[in-house]
Write a protein that binds this ligand. Structure first.
Ligand code: AQP
Length: 330
């Protein structure tokens, strides 16, 4: 390990992983992998907060593991594991449930948004309390840094509040983690509606680019992506659709948005979209190919997850036990 600090982050194995998950999370995990001791989790318990088909969920867990590895998360450098296989996560979540306040959870915008779709009364209790489980995920490892997309900022704030409150009530126990949100790609918007974030649970496949989409599907989706009125390729507030596409271009290539704008001066949306499609295809194709190869023989993935769970447990157990001791349970 490099600086003595730990990183924790996770993704739900629900729906199809998309470009937003890649640019907002995965790409940054890979970029900081060598500097930290990393725990990258497949948060399968979080996925249960909305109904899942068990057969599909089983497959999605492997798919997510394949994507982690294909993106460049190296199981030799990072611990890759399933949340449900390390029961300390749910055990600590209960302790933190008893520290969190109903008012705090009621203010979580992600709960309000998701509950609004099906009606708050019908939303699962799991959906309501899952930010506490998320806090437990991170605090259990005393992680210093949590790399996530912009949509997770509020949950990270709650996590920090719970760590501070627990430490204040029971004595120094948890590291208060810092959030790491990338400067570009932290909020990729839907291709068909640039005011909504690109989301796995979006019903229209044209709204997102899946990491495992075939190159022609990517080209088609970008060609059909919504644009704004006018013709200039600039990222202005009046042009949310073009600003989103420019942000994607910048996040994948590492170029500054202004530089890309200059490159397309005098050219129209058509030229820009054509090049963007190739940039995305070039960025995602090697990941897709490697992920499909790994999925062909999933034994390697199953082994990675098993070994990862053992390593995770070795850190999680003593930290859970120290929380028990602080609270008077042992
Ligand atoms: N549109 C996005 N832009 C940038 N980052 C994003 N993330 C999600 N959407 C975007 C980041 O991806 C990580 C994993 O997210 P998750 O699977 O745990 O849940 P989520 O944030 O709820 O992702 P989705 O895609 O929106 O799924 P659904 O539709 O199921 O809710 C996180 O770091 C997140 O910030």
């Amino acid at each position: 390990m490099r600086n003595g600090h730990r990183v924790f982050s996770g993704i739900q194995p629900s729906g199809n992983l998309h470009l937003g998950n890649y640019l907002g999370a995965l790409k940054n995990w890979v970029s900081i992998q060598d500097d930290y001791e990393n725990y990258f989790c497949i948060v399968d318990l979080h996925a249960l907060t909305v109904p899942q088909d068990p057969k599909v969920l089983r497959q999605k867990v492997r798919e997510l593991a394949a994507i982690y590895v294909a993106c460049g998360i190296d199981p030799e450098k990072s611990v890759i594991f399933r949340q449900s296989r390390v029961s300390e996560h749910t055990e600590l979540a209960w302790l933190l449930d008893c520290v969190a306040k109903v008012g705090e959870l009621s203010r979580m915008t992600q709960f309000k948004d998701k509950a609004r779709k099906g009606g708050a009364e019908a939303a699962s209790v799991g959906l309501y309390v899952y930010p506490v489980l998320q806090a437990a995920d991170v605090l259990l490892y005393n992680a210093h840094l949590v790399p996530v997309g912009e949509d997770q900022r509020q949950h990270l704030e709650l996590m920090r509040t719970l760590a501070r409150r627990f430490n204040g009530l029971y004595g120094e126990t948890f590291v208060v983690p810092e959030v790491f949100i990338p400067p570009v790609g932290a909020r990729v918007m839907a291709l068909d509606e640039p005011t909504a974030k690109m989301s796995k649970s979006a019903p229209a496949p044209g709204s997102y680019i899946a990491i495992l989409d075939e190159p022609d599907a990517i080209r088609r989706k970008i060609r059909r992506a919504k644009t704004d009125s006018g013709t200039e390729v600039v990222a202005s507030p009046e042009k949310p659709a073009i600003a989103n596409l420019l942000g994607i271009y910048a996040a994948i290539t590492g170029s500054a948005v202004e530089e890309i704008e200059r490159r397309y001066e005098g050219k129209g949306y058509g030229d820009f979209k054509k090049d963007l499609a190739e940039v995305v295809v070039e960025g995602l194709s090697p990941i897709r190919d490697r992920a499909l190869e790994l999925l062909d023989d999933p034994r390697e993935l199953d082994e990675i997850l098993e070994t990862g769970a053992e390593k995770a447990r070795a850190v999680a157990r003593p930290n859970l036990e120290s929380a028990w001791t602080r609270m008077g349970l042992s």
